[in-house]
Design a protein around this ligand. Structure first.
Ligand SMILES: [Zn+2]
Length: 298
C-alpha cells in the first residue's frame, strides 16, 4: 500500500528501526525492492533521481512506481530525490510521487530556506499540501548518480576527529538545525555528517558527535544519504540517533552491473536470453534490498 513517507519513517523510528530508500533508475530494480520489502514484511522507499524524472519517460516511470506502491502488501513511498527545479517537482507530484527531497544544500543558508518555502507554497497552490518534504542542510560530497571515489575526510574534521571552530563547509552545522526546521517546515532533515554520495575513498567515518548534536535539536526524523559503503553496525547506531531513513544507491548499481558484466556473454549465447538476464538483475537488487531491510530493522 502506498504510504506517506513521514508516517512510514516515524513508525519505524518508534520501533528503533530505520527505513531504507533505494534509487530506482528502472522498473526491474523497483520490482526487486518491493519484492524484498514484501518478503520482509517491512516498508521501503522508492527514490527517483531528478535526472531520471526529467527524461522523456521519467513521469511514466513515476506513474509505474506509484502503481507498484499502491499494489504492494507493505507500506511503500515514492519520493523524488534531490530536486531543485519547481517545474520538475510539480510534474512529478502530478505523476504520482508523494514526497520530495527539496535540496537547497548547495545554496547559501537563507536561499536554502527560501527554496523549501517556495516549493511548499507552490505545492499548496497545486492543491498538494499533503506532499511530504525532506530538506537538506550541509552539502554532501560526491555525485548521486555516478560513483567516483569521494574523500569523506573533506567533510569530517581532522584525523583525530576534532572539528575546527570554522567547521568544514560540507558538514551540517547543528546550531542552524532548529531555525532551519522551524522556518522550512520540513518533515524530514537530510544531514551531512561525513557521509558522501558515491564511493568512499578509504574508510567511511561518520561524525557521531555531530549527528548526536543534531539529533537533540530537532524531533523530526533525520536522513542519511550515501549509505553505500557504511558498515552495517554503523548504520544500526545511526537508527538510535533518530536517523529514520537511509538512502542507498551506489552498492545497488555495483551489484547489478557486476551481474550483467558476468552473465551477458552466456545469456547472449543462450539464444539472446534477456528474460533470464533480467531475472538475475532482479535477484541482485532484491538480495541487496533484503540485506539493507534486515540491517535497519529491529
Ligand atoms: Zn542523496
Amino acid at each position: 500500500m502506498r504510504t506517506q513517507l513521514d508516517t512510514l519513517v516515524t513508525g519505524a523510528l518508534q520501533q528503533g528501526s530505520a527505513v531504507p530508500a533505494f534509487t530506482c533508475y528502472d522498473f526491474t530494480t523497483a520490482l526487486a525492492v518491493v519484492g524484498a520489502a514484501e518478503e520482509s514484511g517491512r516498508g521501503a522507499i522508492l527514490l527517483v533521481a531528478p535526472k531520471t524524472a526529467a527524461t522523456p519517460n521519467g513521469l511514466r516511470l513515476i506513474a509505474a512506481l506509484r502503481g507498484l506502491a499502491d499494489a504492494a502488501s507493505v507500506p511503500i513511498a515514492v519520493q523524488l530525490d534531490h530536486a531543485t527545479d519547481p517545474q520538475v517537482i510539480a510534474d512529478v507530484v502530478s505523476a504520482g510521487a508523494d514526497s520530495v527531497l527539496v535540496d537547497g544544500s548547495s545554496l547559501p543558508y537563507e536561499d536554502n530556506i527560501a527554496l523549501v518555502r517556495n516549493v511548499r507554497a507552490a505545492l499548496a497552490a497545486q492543491g498538494r499540501a499533503d506532499v511530504v518534504i525532506e530538506a537538506e542542510l550541509g552539502g554532501l560530497a560526491g555525485d548521486e548518480d555516478r560513483a567516483f571515489a569521494t574523500d569523506a575526510a573533506d567533510n569530517a574534521g581532522d584525523a583525530a576527529g576534532n572539528v575546527e571552530s570554522d567547521a568544514p563547509a560540507g558538514l551540517t552545522d547543528s546550531a542552524q538545525v532548529e531555525d532551519f526546521v522551524a522556518r522550512t517546515g520540513a518533515q524530514l532533515l537530510a544531514v551531512a555528517v561525513g557521509n558522501v554520495h558515491g564511493k568512499y575513498k578509504g574508510e567511511p567515518r561518520l561524525r557521531w558527535d555531530v549527528l548526536q548534536d543534531i539529533a537533540v535539536r530537532t524531533r523530526i526524523p533525520l536522513v542519511l544519504h550515501g549509505a553505500s559503503g557504511i558498515p552495517a553496525e554503523e548504520l544500526v547506531k545511526a537508527a538510535a540517533m533518530n536517523v529514520g531513513k537511509v538512502n542507498f544507491n551506489t552498492e545497488l548499481r555495483t551489484g547489478v552491473l557486476a551481474v550483467l558484466e558476468e552473465q551477458t556473454t552466456a545469456h547472449r549465447a543462450d539464444g539472446e536470453n534477456l528474460q533470464a538476464l533480467l531475472g538475475l538483475w532482479n535477484a541482485s537488487a532484491r538480495t541487496f534490498a533484503a540485506t539493507a531491510l534486515a540491517t535497519l530493522s529491529r
